[in-house]
Each structure stands twice: as structure tokens, then as C-alpha cells.
Ligand binder design. Sequence first.
Ligand SMILES: Nc1ncnc2c1ncn2[C@@H]1O[C@H](COP(=O)(O)OP(=O)(O)OP(=O)(O)O)[C@@H](O)[C@H]1O
Ligand SMILES: [Mg+2]
Length: 472
Amino acid sequence: MTAAALWTSAEAEAATGGRSTHPWVASGVSIDSRTLEEGDLFVAIEGLNQDGHAYVKAAFERGAAAAIVRRQPGDLLPGMPLLLVDDTLAALNGLAAAARQRTGAKVIAVTGSVGKTGTKEALRLLLSKQNRTHAAAGSYNNLWGVPLTLARMPIDAVYAVVEIGMNHAGEITPLARLTRPHVAVITTIAPAHLEFFDSVTEIADAKAEIFQGVEPGGVAILNRDSPHFPRLIDCAFMSGVERIESFGRHPDATARLDKAALHAACSCATATFAGEQICYKIGAPGEHWVMNSLAVLLTVRAVGADVGLAALALADLRAPKGRGERHRIAVDGGVATLIDESYNASPIAMRAALAVLAASPPEGRGRRIAVLGDMRELGDRSAELHAGLAADVEAAKVDQVYAAGPLMRALYDALPPRLRRLHMETAAELIANLQADLRPGDVVLVKGSLGSRMGPVVDALCARPVEPAEAD
Ligand SMILES: Nc1ncnc2c1ncn2[C@@H]1O[C@H](COP(=O)(O)OP(=O)(O)OP(=O)(O)O)[C@@H](O)[C@H]1O
Ligand SMILES: [Mg+2]
């Protein structure tokens, strides 16, 4: 095996209370046989729709070093090493707790209604330039993703960044206690994932559960501009977190934004950090990235890394795929710009994306076009929250709106007729009209919740190759 050992059978037995059929050494951990890498330990999770035990053989065929199982699958060959346990999710949690126990890393946990993955990726970018950094894959932030992230943590990591999310009250507490962060960041509190909550205050309380895991002497990093800030501080104190730092425009923020110049593809920020002014460029556009960058730099400082170097590295930040990534796309007669926001949508993220569209001037005869899909998980207030974006669409100087889905109908109907171009039940039904309509110089924003399937719209618009000379 070339990759470094992460778990031996003896360590995994001690961490899980299980029993190995053979000795083994694994270089990684996976719960998905499709993405498993050679040398990984496969954990057969019994999920809502799938039972991982059905994929143990496939995992070994892809090169798994061993598998954690509750029962021996019938289709296995003798010699395939198994770690037999009573409960595979509990075993994954056991590995996570042991990984947390043995690491010397400074551990950061990021939660919030939006911006968790973006903040986590920014921290990965900045901290990995300074020292060995482990960070969650993708948006792994739930009861499987958090223990998996911890179980994957290399022994020699110096920094670890864990994303923690939730849909219900009570979900963050066990994940935070497992993670035991030195630094807990709450990006912002907003109506997103509202389905199982009666109010945004309840969301704030649920996010505040993160403080219950913070290590003694640890730091909470909070949004000073949020109306929920006083409540979050109270929750932090009640959980024994005494060190609180904040970011925002508020004059008392530890990291205070003095000025932001928002351009089409980047921003420049001037901020005062604990009394010292710094100026830096953020290579992803939008005020929301400026705000996230303040939280990121406070976090960098809290884990003892170099803030100056980190601020310089923010220029290399790019909006991730589906969260603002920009493309030059071929259209009849030339090239247009596409902003891919197809991964996620909530009112606050929609406003942030529309503001980026507003700051992106079309070229020549081009227009601003918004292609909007349903914002999901908003519960009873869904129609009102969709329709409530009409003023933001107008303020963003949008020329045409294409809308998809039953929920987006509420916004479409609330728009002035001159902006309404087309509404369809599904995103796929918009594609042909949109492609025929686009012209050179247009700036097209495509945004919706993942489940609204705006991704295929982005794929269709990106499918035509752009001449290299025009690609920028
Ligand atoms: N501070 C912010 N304010 C408003 N919108 C933001 C902010 N940060 C990120 N966003 C936008 O919110 C959307 C989701 O971003 P991201 O994936 O980072 O959030 P998340 O909290 O990880 O979401 P999820 O709950 O799906 O894991 C993106 O469209 C992103 O551009
Ligand atoms: Mg995420």
C-alpha cells in the first residue's frame, strides 16, 4: 500500500468494540462503494433508502481494505477482512471519536443557515497553504457526513474543518459533541431549511447547539449584524463558551467591514481587525463572500495561523460549482456569461445571487437574465417567501425571468409583466426556449434548490464549446 495508514484493525477494534476476521490496514474511510478508493475501509451504513450491506462485495471489488458490517453478507469470498459490530453507524461514530481523541489538530466547526460549505472551502484553501489541513468533502454535514469527516482525519492534520448542518432541532448537539471544536463558526441565521421550524428564532437556537461541543477555552465566531446575535451570545455563555468574536458592519464587531467594492468577478474589502486595518481582494464576487471572508479570517486568527498570508490567499478563492461559479458560454453569434448557482437556494442566498447579477454588466446588446427554480424546504411560508423576492429581481436590473416549478410560480406572478418571459413546471422544459433566446453579451443567472434540477439547465448551456479566443 502506498497511501499512509489511517486505521489498523487493532485501532478500529478498540474504537468500535468490534471484532476483525483478519488483520488489515486502511488508508481511508468510505460509506459509498461508488466513490470508494483503493485501500479504504468501507462502512456498511444502513440508511433510509439503502443498506450498505448490499454493496460490500462491490466495495471489495473496488479495492476496499476491509469492511465494517453488522452481519456477514452472503456473497463474500473468504479472506475479505470484515470488522463485525452491532451497529455500523455507531461504529463510524466510534472511529470519529477515536480520530478526534488522537489528533493534535485545531478543530473548526462551521454551521449556519447558508455559507457553510463556502466558508469551509475558503478555510481549506487558506489553511492548507500554511499547514496540513483536513476538511469535509462536499457538503458532508449530517449524521453520516460529520462522523465520516472525522474518521477520515489524517493523524498528522494540523487543522481540521468540519461542516455541521441540520434539518431538525437537536441534530447538531451530538455532532458538535463528537467534533469538539476549538472554534465554532455560525455564518448567519436565515429562513433556510425552515420546513421543520415555526420561526427563525428556533433556527437560531438549533444552530446554537454547536456551542455544546466547544472545547474549554474555545471560541465562538458570530455574525454581529444578525438580529439573533444577542440570543446566540446568551446561548454561548450558557454552554460555557466565554470567548466570543464577531464579524459584520456593526461598529463593535471584532472584524468590522469598513468598505467593500463589489465587482462582477471579485470584491475588495477594507476591514478593521481588532483595531488594525487590512485591505484584501476576494476572488469570488458578492457581499456574502465578503462577509464570509471576515468570519474566515477571524477563524484563521483563532487557530493561530497567519492572517496576513490568509488574506492574500483570499484572492485565489473562486465561487464553487453550483454556488456562483462563472462560465463563458457559446450562444448564437458569440459568447455570454453564465453564473451557476444551481446547487442551493433560499431567500437570503437568492438575494445574494441577484446582487451579484446586478453587479455584472452585460456586454453590448446583452441583457441580465434570471433563470429561477423552486426554493425548497421553506415550509408553510413558501409562497410568501418566493413572492417576496420580486422587488429584489427588479432591483437587480433583471431584463427577463425564466421560472420553473410550482413554488416559483408565486414569484413569477408577483413580477411586472415586462420581466416575465416564461414559466414551466420543470426546469428541463425551459432549456430549448432559453437556448434560442440567448444572445452575445447576456449575463445569465441560474439558481434553484438542488431538487429543482437547475443543474441540467447549466449543463445544457455549457454544452456548446466556446472558441478559446473568446473564453477570457
Ligand atoms: N453569507 C451568505 N449570505 C447569503 N448567501 C450566502 C452566504 N454564503 C453563501 N451564500 C449562498 O448560499 C448558497 C449556499 O451556499 P453553501 O453551499 O456554502 O451553503 P451551505 O450552508 O453549505 O448549504 P447546505 O445547507 O446546503 O449545506 C450559495 O448560493 C451561496 O452563494
Ligand atoms: Mg453545505
